[in-house]
Design a binder for this molecule. Structure first.
Ligand SMILES: [Zn+2]
Length: 912
């Protein structure tokens, strides 16, 4: 799965807040309609009662199904009615019974099950008594006589509702060009919602073959995981029968029914690849199709295994809770993550589509072909797909320098992993809701960062060969984290588990402190990084990591690189007598922060920061800001340091600087805000002037993006009237001729005009949102409605979030954005408190969780107290450690305000 917003967008929303940084061709395909379930011959791992901890004798795990009955094949028939938002279903599950039993237990929830019968090879059917357990989401089938060991056919008849909660089998709606509303049906099953669509063994290691038939209105189209084997008429309906899938997990099954249209297929080897959208949006599919074809081909070569499905469809769904979902052969997306107009999109919007498409394609092998045994291994799926998405996009567009901007993702992971309430990447998962909370930056970004560190440490070719070994060894099956380390260790001939376990199974990450103890000895100390600076609250001082460290020492003008593995608390490194400067984490691939003793930092800066690579400058300023927030570097020193970056022209480095300024904007008093604005203008002004408003020939995509970011910052955070007035002129020109303004500048214009806008502008932008011609434009104008200052306008926006006018896939993020606005946060918080029950009932679970992320911006002692009281009194649980993390973030912001508020005020006096 992909998160609903891009990393960048997530960071922006999370941290208008946090930004402490800133802010084998293998299985054959059968014709499902013809095959006898007893002809099942695919190899499978026998699921005895010893398969997992859940079935250890005498231990009952309420979240794991018994293992004595195992599904082999599902023949599914579903008949969705889009008008009444309901569906009827019938399934025949071929099961293998390992020992005689009178009870069969499988998962089901929110389904009406009218009948269940079982039939053996002898043919006579036996009826089961059915009991549903809503709490454990199970269906118990009891037979009067034991079912003997062997293969059986279990037939269940059921019905359900196409819900509006964007999970299970759900309804999505859209308006056509004439304003008429149409319904469609789509699915989202990960982690545990297949059980909402059909009774099943809904755990990832119960892999089976799926043969689906969708019975639909003949005017509609149906897509599922495999190619269409046949289409027949049944009375007034059309029965679309899909070919057998490969053996796979329930969470990867998908059905999409509606008025949707495909592009012409691109052939990638033997695989036809198409994009699908609702009518009228097909012209936005070209870019997505190009990266889909390029990445599919890249992965076939990288993995050394052909794509495991028989076709690949990528479908844009108007209502979609996450970013995208890797259903084998039928990947579903929210529209902004797949459909894009190359002419009018910003570089960031194009990169987002490329990233998500490559990510989902990477999953076809890593996740779909080889699947985690249980949800504790989710990180491996997601971290790996995130890592591979970078590899594929970097290979496709090397000029984008994708690994450079990956630094921003790494820093996002640090911001959560620096909390005491962080968690290890992998941890035991029992309840499914704990798995839901795993879809976060620690799983995706920290996971991908440590994989990148390992890849750089053992070498890219060895890493790739280890991955190939792993995929070949576990194809069509399930595997655990250690299985990957075993494969990588075997190829690398190195103790990979020993190296990696510290990064995966313990929380947090190291801060590496460099001091020169004598003129020729460098001491490198590792300790766990923490934002909270009082000694008592510092976590486990003895925590250690095996840190692959790359260091560059300049002596007599010549630089030399050395590599080492830090395993102890302190490591002493001899230095040449004529050393001039030292840089740790050369290349920037290590997952640790660096703190230099003041004299070391001075030498590095005096050596010239322009001699550092962009990723090294990024790390330098990002680490400096993080240690400032942690109270390890004086705020005054950090603010002075930012003055050295007025000549900086790298967008990622600037992202750190701007995010730190946004952070200060959240803790500064209203009285001091004009001085902060003057400070920002002083830091940003030179670069804005230098870059101008229009691209120059030969300019990189990164520079174009930077221009937009800086103009936006100068107009909003800097509150620069000249910039605001020029933005107004340019926006008018843009409305008359969209081609007259570089697409990368347009979001800045919209944001500045909202920032300074009145009710007329609000109505105009609202109209633009409703009539937008691309998903990106729609999103831009929608989020602009959170960026106005007048309270009456922000109240209008908040009201829309629960009135049904805004899709529930977007509404919680809009609330979060207003929580992040210094002009709207009190208002938004009062709104959340008043309307909590309604939001809880209306918004998808993960949306609600993300919305609550906005509370970290309520950075005053009074608001913080109120936030804590509210969540405690309602006993709200957002899953995992999510709420604890938000509250700690908030504590840290308030802590900086209390600790450094006076210093900041004093410093800003020079800028009034
Ligand atoms: Zn994913």
């Amino acid at each position: 799965m992909t998160q609903p917003l891009s990393r960048r967008q997530t960071i922006q929303i999370l941290s208008k807040h946090v930004r402490f940084i800133l802010a084998l061709p293998l299985a054959p395909f059968f014709s499902s309609c013809l095959q006898s379930p007893f002809a099942q011959s695919m190899t499978e791992r026998p699921k005895g009662e010893t398969m997992n901890q859940a079935s250890s004798p005498g231990v009952l795990d309420p979240y794991r199904l018994p293992r004595h009955v195992v599904p082999i094949r599902y023949d599914l028939r579903l008949e969705p009615d889009l008008t009444s938002a309901s569906f009827a279903g019938q399934e025949t599950i071929t099961v293998r019974v390992h020992r005689p039993t009178s009870d069969i237990v499988l998962n089901a929830i929110e389904l009406d099950i009218s009948s269940a019968t079982i039939e053996g090879e002898s043919g006579s059917a036996r009826k089961a008594a059915i009991v549903l357990d809503g709490t454990l989401q199970r269906c118990h089938l009891t037979f009067t006589e034991p079912v003997t060991a062997g293969n059986w056919r279990l037939t269940i008849i059921f019905s359900g509702t196409l819900n509006d909660k964007l999970r299970g089998f759900y309804r999505s709606t859209y308006k056509d060009e004439n304003g008429a509303t149409h319904n469609m049906a789509a699915t989202q099953f990960e982690a545990t919602d297949a059980r909402r669509a059909f009774p099943c063994w809904d755990e990832p290691d119960f892999k089976a073959v799926f043969a689906t038939t969708l019975v639909i209105d003949p005017t509609l189209t149906a897509v599922s995981n495999s190619t269409i084997a046949s289409e027949t008429r049944e009375g007034g309906k059309k029965a679309v029968c899909f070919a057998d899938t490969m053996k796979m997990s329930t969470y990867l099954v998908a059905f999409i029914v509606g008025r949707i249209e495909p592009t012409e297929p691109t052939m990638v080897g033997q695989t036809p690849l198409r994009l699908w959208a609702v009518p009228g949006k097909e012209h936005l599919a070209r870019f997505g199709q190009d990266i889909a074809a390029a990445s599919l081909s890249f992965f076939e070569k990288y993995y050394g295994i052909p794509y495991p499905g028989d076709k690949l469809d990528l479908l844009a769904i108007p209502d979609f809770a996450s970013g995208a979902m890797e259903n084998l052969g039928a990947i579903t997306y929210r529209e902004t993550a797949l459909l894009v107009d190359q002419q009018s999109a910003t570089h960031g919007e194009l990169e987002r589509v490329a990233d998500v498409v490559a990510h989902e394609n990477a999953h076809m092998w890593f996740g779909d072909l080889v699947t985690m045994s249980w949800w504790n291994g989710l990180w491996l799926n997601e971290a790996f797909a995130t890592f591979m998405e970078m590899m594929a996009v970097d290979a496709w567009k090397p000029e984008w320098k994708r690994w450079d901007s990956f630094g921003v993702s790494r820093a996002a992971a640090y911001s959560v992993d620096g909390l005491q309430s962080t968690r290890p990447i992998e941890y035991p998962v029992q309840a499914p809701k704990d798995a839901d909370a795993m879809f976060d930056v620690l799983t995706y970004e920290k996971g991908a960062s440590v994989l990148r560190m390992l890849e750089q440490h053992i070498g890219p070719t060895i890493f790739r060969d280890g991955v190939r070994d792993y995929l070949h060894a576990h194809a069509y099956g399930n595997a655990d984290t250690n299985d990957l380390w075993v494969s990588l260790g075997k190829i690398a001939k190195q103790p990979v588990p020993e190296l990696m376990n510290g990064w995966i199974f313990q929380p947090g990450f190291p801060l590496v402190t460099a001091t020169v103890s004598s003129s020729s000895e460098l001491t490198i100390r590792q300790q766990r990084f923490s934002y909270l600076s009082d000694e008592q609250s510092r976590p486990s001082p003895d925590q250690r990591w095996q840190i692959p460290l790359q260091m560059r020492v300049t002596a007599s003008g010549k630089a030399s690189t050395s590599r080492m593995l830090l395993t102890e608390k302190d490591t002493i490194v001899p230095l040449p007598h004529d050393w001039e400067s030292i840089l740790l984490n050369e290349g920037g691939h290590g997952f640790y922060r660096v703190r230099y003793a003041p004299d070391l930092l001075d030498r590095l800066l005096n050596d010239g920061i322009d001699r550092l690579a962009a990723t090294e400058r990024f790390n330098l300023i990002s680490d400096a800001w993080a240690t400032t927030v942690a109270g390890l570097m004086p705020l005054r020193d950090y603010l002075d340091l930012t003055a050295r970056f007025t000549v900086e022209r790298d967008k990622n480095v600037w992202a750190v600087l701007l995010d730190s300024f946004s952070f200060l904007n959240r803790i500064v008093t209203a009285k001091d805000r004009p001085a902060l604005e003057a400070f920002v203008r002083g830091r940003v002004g030179r670069a804005v002037e230098d870059l101008g408003w229009a691209p120059r020939s030969g300019e990189s995509e990164g520079t174009k993006q930077l221009r937009g970011e800086l103009i936006g910052a100068q107009g909003k955070l800097g509150n620069d009237p000249a910039i605001q007035s020029r933005a107004t002129e340019l926006y008018q020109a843009y409305r008359q001729d969209a081609a007259s303004v570089d697409p990368n500048v347009v979001p800045a214009l919209v944001a500045i005009l909202a920032h300074t806008g009145d009710v007329t502008r609000y109505d105009e932008f609202n109209a633009c949102f409703l009539s937008a011609s691309t998903p990106q434009e729609e999103r831009r104008y929608l989020f602009s409605l959170a960026a106005f200052q007048p309270k009456a306008l922000l109240t209008r926006t908040l009201t829309c979030t629960i009135s049904g006018e805004i899709r529930t896939q977007d509404a919680p993020f809009l609330v979060s954005a207003i929580l992040g606005s210094v002009y709207g946060r009190e208002l938004a918080w009062a709104f959340v408190k008043t309307n909590w029950e309604k939001m809880d009932q209306l918004f998808p679970k993960q949306g609600l969780r993300r919305m609550c992320g906005g509370i970290v911006n309520l950075a005053t002692p009074t608001l913080e107290r109120d936030v804590r009281e509210f969540f405690a009194s309602r006993q709200i649980d957002l899953g995992g450690k999510t709420l604890e993390q938000y509250l700690e973030h908030l504590r840290i912001m308030v802590n900086v305000r209390e600790r450094d508020g006076a210093v900041l005020r004093q410093y800003l006096k020079n800028f009034q």
